[in-house]
Design a binder for this molecule. Sequence first.
Ligand SMILES: Cc1ncc(C[n+]2csc(CCOP(=O)(O)OP(=O)(O)O)c2C)c(N)n1
Ligand SMILES: [Mg+2]
Length: 321
Amino acid sequence: MNAARLYRTMRLIRRFEERAIELVRSGDIASGIHPCIGQEAVAAGVCAALRPDDIVLSNHRGHGHLLAKGSDPGRFLAELAAKDTGIDRGRAGSFHPSDFSVGVYGASGTVGHGAAIAAGVAWAVGQDSDRVVVSFFGDGAVSQGALLESFNLAALWQVPVVFVCENNYYATTLPADTAIAGTVTGRAEAFGIPAYTVDGQDADVVLEAAAGAVGRARAGGGPSLLEFSTYRYEGHHTFERTMRLRYRDEAEVARWRARDPLALQASRVAPGERERIDAEIETLLDEAVRYAVESPQPDPLDAFDHLYAGGMRVRAGVSHA
Ligand SMILES: Cc1ncc(C[n+]2csc(CCOP(=O)(O)OP(=O)(O)O)c2C)c(N)n1
Ligand SMILES: [Mg+2]
């Protein structure tokens, strides 16, 4: 993988979220978002190890996962803005997006539960293909029953899934060391799943680890777990900016900012090439923002359309045939 491609993906994720935060402030994205700024190397490195037909299950902090898998930034921003032109016609928003066109089969907002869907999808695709499934979750997910049950069946049935824990050391405001007995890797190892703790701030290191786990799954070697050590630079959610929560000390944040994954990757790309990529992404995102903001507001009477296969008999209180 060339350094510039990884840098481009990471820069796209960073700038996409910075632009999305502006749209939260302007009221165009009413839900707020969970930014992954600081964690871009994990999304970029893991997805760079995947084929286009491989599958990703994401979580509430999933913008990076979708963009790294190839989602269109304009249609994704329109999704965040709840527009009908969004990738899920505005029904999923920031927290539950899927994009089947690039192999993202959904994002579970229920912490830890995406792993169960991932294990099931991996079992299904493993019947007649060599496709691989990646399940992204945070440190807050690792004591959830559904996640541990997924480890059990994935190991028992040797399904082609890579469990990716983005350990950013906090679940909302709860420090991981006050919430996790034992270790993250120890949980997987208890089920016979090979597990590694890896530097999540260096995209090259992430890619190498992911390529190993993906290759193993593709060759029929079954599941693995990768625990990436990383950090979010923003609050848990954009609403945190209004809350004055004090759960991380400034020295800790500064220490992690000094290992900014985007700056590290930028240092591996020639300056001229970097400027070209940065300019290309600004143009792309200007267009994406315009598309999201200028797309018309959806008709409230359509609010229940597409929610259930077969539709609903009543929409917005209005009976229709
Ligand atoms: C089962 C469940 N419990 C609680 C919540 C509320 N909640 C949303 S995000 C979150 C923290 C998740 O932390 P982590 O898994 O470490 O991911 P991060 O936010 O750090 O990326 C919580 C508790 C939820 N969505 N689902
Ligand atoms: Mg966390």
